[in-house]
Structures are given as structure tokens and as C-alpha cells.
Design a binder for this molecule. Sequence first.
Ligand code: EN5
Length: 393
Amino acid sequence: KHEFWETQPVCQFKDLGNLDLPEGPIELSTPSSEVRQELYALPPELEWTTCDMTSEETSDEIYEFLNNNYVEDDENMFRFNYVGKDYSKEFLRWALCPPGYYKSWHVGFCDKASGKLVGFITGIPARTRIRGEVINMAEINFLCIPKELRSRRLTPVLIKEVVRRFRLENIWQAAKTAGAHLPTPIATCQYWHRSLNLKKLIDVGFFSLPRSLTMSQAIHLYKLPDTISTPGFRKMAPHDVPAVTCLLRDYLTQFVVAPDLDEDDVRHWLLPIENVVDTFVVEQPDTGHVTDFCSFTCLPLSILGNPDYSTLKAAYSFYNVSTETSLDQLINDALIVAKQRGFDVFNALDIMHNKTFLNVLKFLPGSGYLHYYLYNYLLRDRLLPSELGLVLL
Ligand code: EN5
């Protein structure tokens, strides 16, 4: 049924729960001289390109390509939009150029005649801990082929090519997430949504009012205080990097799969960048210690075919750690600052400890699921969302 995935080193449906299989790599690594040196073959009208994300022109073309062709919801009403006309163009560069990134892992193919990009996939290096073992892995993302070219079996070629390129760097495992159900997710998570701007969410069809609620009751239900409630809650600054790294490393040890982040990674992934990522710490007023932090990424959605609105401003819960402030209160303050910054909706997955605040803070389960996958690493049993400590963009 899954012609391609049945040939790949991934956990197959028939392997699930088989106690005889050892957990760990499925295929052994080979010397990089034995890795295929040639590009995979494409149909004659297409050619490979390596995308230079530091070039303004190339990154403009990729934004345009993804904004026109990337992931939509189940009813094709919304599409991820990495650069609405009002937003910063920094998101993709931030997502694709972390410390130690490889330019060669930003892969596309073009139509030879028009020179236009018509296929894209990316990898970034990421140390990931699975149970007790830290592995150098690739995180695969932004796989995108325009609707007109789907069903031409180009996705397997893109995947094989990016796998070849991470193997050339002596990396043998990868992680990815997708809305599609493939062989075989290590976990399946659900998106939850917290309304910040109810009227707009209803107007654009993101949310329909339950029959039991009138509009004014609903507005009252989702009303948030104007100001945050945690003393010492402030934007993260460069000098917070060591303390935030300690809090996060310590917190992530409890999950089965989690990133292994050092100070350079935390500086890259968590220091605030306008319209890309925002992080707030709690600095105890009496001791000056940073005891908690919360963070979210900014990823607008294009609203397809609505005459009045073109984008929905969505914040996505990223990494949150609480040691002194309750997680409920910390995230409630995150909702308040997100609202102040003009976000329409705050999204979160049911991973890590998120389930403990979703209901309390009036998140509702969304229509979308997110499956987590590993490449060339077998985990015998499915994990619970709460056993995952990893957020991919
Ligand atoms: C990255 N490597 O389905 C791959 N979004 O629930 C990413 N639903 O926004 C793959 N259909 O439920 C991503 N509103 C896979 C997800 C793809 C996108 C997706 C879902 C997530 C979504 C919304 C809109 C549905 C519109 C009609 C939804 C109802 C919930 C309500 C919103 C407001 C506040 C209360 C709850």
C-alpha cells in the first residue's frame, strides 16, 4: 500500500509491538565514501537546485513557493503562510539556518524551461535524545510539491535525495512531522486552539459558535485580562541564555524523545526575533533568579477565498518550563502577551505537559492531527504525546 515507505528503513505497520525487534537503528551506517555520490534522477524537464537561504532572491522565491503550495487544513480554508505581506521574512531563515546547518540540505528542483521552483525539501542538523542515547539527526521539513505535480511520484525522489545528503555528512537518522498518516508514527498528537480574537475567528470560519452560546456569552468566555499576572515576567534577553539553557535541559530529561540543546542552540531558537519567536522569562523579584520561561513561534495562516481578511495571525506554543510559577499561570500570561501583540489564535499540541493547561485555559481540540516520525530508528511501541519533548516548526 505504501510502495515507497515499504522500501525504507522505517518501522513498518507489521513491526508494531513486535517484542523480538531490537530498538535502535534499522540500517547500520557505512563509510561516507560508500554513500551514493550522484544526484537521484529526475524527469527530464526538471533539475536539482540547492537553495541559498542567505540570498534575498532565493529566499523570496521559496517564501512565494511555500505560501502558494504548502500545507492546508482539512477543508482547504487556511494555508501556512511563512510571510504574509505584513510579516517579517526572517521565519524561514531562522528555521533553516540554525548553528551548524548545511546549505546542501536545502534542496529543491526547478522546471528547466521556466526556471521556476516546483519542489522543495529541507533538513537541519539536530542532536536528539531517544531514551538514554543522544544521536546526531536531521530534522526534515517543508516538503512541498505544487498540487498540479502531485501524484507524479516526485516525493520519493525528494526524500531519497535529502537522505543521501545527510548520509554524506555521516548522519543516519532523521525526525519529521506530518499531517499525513504514513508507516509508522512514533506518536500522534492533536492541535488545540485558544481563541484570542473570537469575532475574526468566526468571520473567517476558523471557529463556529456552539449553539449553546450567544456571541456575547462567547466573547465573555474567552475574555483575557489586559495585563499579565506574574511578577518578574519579562522578555528574554541575551544574558538569560545560560539560565534558560539549564532550565530547559533539566526539564527535557523526562521525555522519551527530546532535543539535546546547548547554549548556542538556545540562543538561536529562543532569543526573541520579531514576528518569528518570542520568549518570556520569570525573574524572581527578590532573588533575581530566572525560574520559569515560556515561548511561542509566529506563523500566520493565509485565509483562502475570504473577501475581508487575508491572514490569520497564529502563535504556536514552543518550549515552556515552570519551576516556581504554575504552568497554567505562565501560559495564561503568554496568552495575554500574544493577545496584546495582535495574535488571533494561540495554538498548542498536546505534547510535554501541555495537556495539564489546555482545558483549564479554554483551548479547544482542533481538526488537525500531527504525526511524529523517525527515519532509520525503531521504537517498538507508540509513545504518548506527553512522552514527546520535541517541537518541530
Ligand atoms: C510540518 N512539518 O489541519 C508539517 N490545522 O487543528 C505540518 N484547524 O487549524 C503538518 N477545517 O480546528 C501540519 N478550528 C498538519 C496540520 C495542518 C493544518 C491543520 C488545523 C489544526 C486547524 C482549525 C480550522 C479548521 C477549519 C475548518 C480548527 C476549530 C477549533 C477552534 C478554533 C478557535 C478556538 C477554539 C477552537
